[in-house]
Ligand binder design. Structure first.
Ligand SMILES: C[S@@+](CC[C@H](N)C(=O)[O-])C[C@H]1O[C@@H](n2cnc3c(N)ncnc32)[C@H](O)[C@@H]1O
Length: 304
């Protein structure tokens, strides 16, 4: 399962690590909820691999939520509307200025801008791929391959048609958590896993329309550490503010994950440092991460 959206902050390289952590814990999740879904890479892959039985995607951004709802439950319309799009700088200006009223048009705006804007950024200052003059070798349509997008959107629709992707909500994370407890009260706490990938601490204002202020990061930490009936797993870029919020607090384990990768257009190997914080009871040993902080009082972490 590959996401049809290119998303700033997508945690592709973390997915195998997350999969290993979930698979080490019993029972496996019956419901996986992603309240900051963005490009939804993690949920799509975990549902595709059968690591969780069912999933729900949610995001506060109306464009993002409309895209997932339409890809999942109205894909025939989306695929046919996508084929009618003209991928030009003039159309890019029109979509940028548009304020679509219907869910379908918001979905199309999301798809168009995500696939034609620098780094997939939907809002703010980022311009079209290839620049306004289109003088670069990469033109505005270079990420708009219809066959690949069709396959990916069909993949999302298939997850929905088979009952694995249950729903998509346009909601703030607090509303998402409240709805889960209202609508899935028959599930036990250990049958639900909430995977959270909130906006970056540093760069969120530039990347997302709905970004977090520091008090939101601490409000989220309070809910997760003090008031959470479910299993949860949180990913962040490694940042001192995040370590301050979680390390040393009971009920969590913090893992440090480093990836080596070569950035596009560069020869240099770069290291990206990320944190995974979780209340999962079992943490298997792995060379993919280092345990920073083991403060779990309710959980028994298993470490070799
Ligand atoms: C780091 S991105 C998620 C990236 C995603 N995990 C992926 O793989 O593509 C953060 C997302 O959180 C959303 N967001 C920001 N504030 C939010 C809030 N208060 N409630 C829910 N979603 C929010 C943004 O719209 C953005 O899509």
């Amino acid at each position: 399962m590959i996401s049809p959206l290119r998303y700033p902050g997508a945690k592709r390289q973390l997915v195998p690590v997350i999969e290993g952590l979930i698979a080490a814990n019993i029972p496996p999740p019956r419901l996986l909820v992603e309240p900051f879904c963005g490009g939804a890479t993690t949920t799509l892959r975990l549902l595709g691999a059968g690591v969780a039985e069912h999933g729900i995607l949610a995001d506060v951004d109306p464009l993002v939520a409309a895209f997932w709802k339409t890809a999942a439950f109205d894909s025939a319309w989306l695929l046919s509307a996508m084929r009618e799009l003209k991928i030009t700088v003039e159309e890019w200006d029109n979509w940028r200025a548009a304020t679509p009223r219907s869910r379908r048009d918001r979905a199309l705006k999301c798809l168009f801008l995500n696939r034609t804007t620098f780094s997939g950024i939907l809002h703010g200052r980022a311009g079209p791929i290839g620049g306004r003059a289109q003088a670069s070798q990469y033109k505005i349509d270079c990420r708009f391959g219809l066959d690949g997008l069709t396959r990916r959107i069909n993949g999302v629709a298939e997850l929905a048609a088979t009952g694995r992707l249950l729903d998509v909500w346009q909601a703030d994370w607090r509303t998402t958590l409240r709805r889960v407890s209202e609508r899935f009260s028959s599930l036990a706490g250990d049958e639900v896993l909430i995977y959270l990938d909130p906006p970056y601490v540093d760069k969120a204002l530039w990347l997302y329309e709905w970004s977090f202020q520091s008090r939101e990061h601490s409000a989220l930490a309070s809910v997760l550490l003090e008031d959470m009936p479910y299993r949860w797993l949180l990913s962040y870029d490694d940042h001192a503010a995040v370590r301050d919020l979680y390390c040393g607090r009971s009920g969590q384990v913090t893992l440090h994950v480093s990836h080596r990768y070569t950035a596009a257009g560069s020869e240099k190997r770069t290291v990206k440092d990320e944190l995974l914080v979780t209340n999962l009871p079992t943490i298997p040993s792995s060379d993919r991460y280092r345990v920073l902080d083991l403060q779990s009082t309710t959980n028994q972490a298993v470490l070799d």
